[in-house]
Design a protein around this ligand. Structure first.
Ligand code: NAI
Ligand code: 13P
Length: 317
């Protein structure tokens, strides 16, 4: 099955580099610049030359001739991208590669695809994976979620490479929640470390953050096993402990009282607000998410946020 990647940021480029091990891949960029001639994405993934089988194109109809389209634009841009190109994406297999919850609807990427391109086969590729690691050929395991298991099996085969090991599930809700919510907890962990609160505090935030992730997932009828897999626990672990993570680094900056480049893609920021609003609407207790949303909106500082978490009523684990 032929593959194209739509969106030439760090992640889309890294996936295209890895997938080109298996055969020709088109990487579509809305502004390809000099990527095709330089055979490198200097802006997002410098130092990772493109393999011969990777072709860069600015023509969406060229990319959309492929059987499988991986969509690697940020979550808050996904619906606009799909709506603008809905005709050409019609009846395609569309694999979301973004992690987040849409601010204006509280929905995840698979549902957004289903709404914007109703006759597409929607899926999501998620899990612990830094673009730089994938592009270097380092071993990475990911979850592919597709409600149609026959399509999911074909995707699992097509997206496996020598360094990408793909696990499969039909639980798209669980997979999209894991990837979205771990970013919010990573911001909290970064803030705790940045403010000098220590690694024990981070472990507490990761564990109680995971409890929040499970609470929302159960409410939305996700399979709890998905949350304990790569897309949930796996990605939570990676993102909360690595300075490679932009979400964690935003948290560090908040904790240290430093500014952070607003042009960097940090999915957890909008997602924290979206999930906080969703939790309030559904009557769910998600105090760490609320604290992160409060920090980002400048309603709280790190010390007050931590104090509010520590002084909550005592409860059973
Ligand atoms: N960078 C990483 O290590 C990983 C990123 N992801 C996810 O991948 C998604 C994308 O992140 P990155 O590639 O890292 O971000 P990035 O900031 O490197 O790139 C985003 C790309 O999307 C393009 N874009 C934005 N709006 C667009 C539109 N309307 N039409 C066409 N192109 C558009 C931008 O031009 C840019 O090239 C995020 O949801 C992120 O959570 C997932 C796993 C790893
Ligand atoms: O999703 C990721 C790792 O799995 C990338 O994390 P950041 O978006 O925080 O850099």
């Amino acid at each position: 099955m032929s593959i194209a990647v739509l969106g030439a940021g760090a992640f889309g480029t890294a996936l295209a580099i890895s997938l080109a091990q298996n055969g020709p891949v088109v990487l579509w960029a809305r502004d390809p610049g000099t990527m095709e001639t330089e055979r490198e994405n200097r802006m997002r993934l410098p130092g990772r030359p493109f393999p011969k089988a990777l072709r860069v194109s600015g023509e969406l109809n060229v990319a959309c001739a492929a059987d499988i389209l991986l969509i690697a634009v940020p979550m808050q841009q996904l619906r606009a991208f799909l709506s603008e190109h809905s005709q050409i994406l019609s009846q395609k297999t569309l694999v979301a590669c973004c992690k987040g919850i849409e601010l204006c609807t509280g929905l995840g990427p698979v549902t957004v695809i289903s709404q914007a391109v109703p006759d597409a086969i929607p899926a999501i590729l998620t899990g612990p994976s830094f673009a730089a690691d994938i592009a270097r050929g380092l071993p990475t395991a990911l979850t592919l979620a597709c409600a149609d298991d026959t399509a999911g099996q074909a995707l699992q085969q097509a997206l496996t490479t020598s360094n990408l090991r793909i696990y499969r599930t039909t639980d798209t809700i669980g997979a999209e929640l894991g990837g979205a919510l771990k970013n919010v907890i990573a911001i909290a962990c970064g803030a705790a470390i940045g403010a000098g609160l220590g690694e024990s505090a981070r472990a507490a935030l990761m564990t109680r953050g995971y409890a929040e992730m499970q609470r929302l997932a159960a409410h939305l009828k996700a399979d709890p096993r998905t949350l304990s897999g790569l897309s949930g626990f796996g990605d939570l672990t990676l993102t909360c402990t690595s300075t490679q993570s932009r979400n964690y680094r935003l948290g560090l900056a908040l904790g240290e009282g430093q500014s952070f480049d607003p042009s960097v893609t940090v999915e957890g920021a909008a997602t924290a607000q979206a999930v906080d609003e969703l939790a309030q609407k559904e009557g769910l207790d998600m105090p760490i998410t609320a604290a992160v949303a409060g920090l980002l909106a400048n309603r709280l500082d790190v010390a007050t946020a931590m104090q509010s978490l520590l002084t909550r009523p005592l409860k059973e684990e």
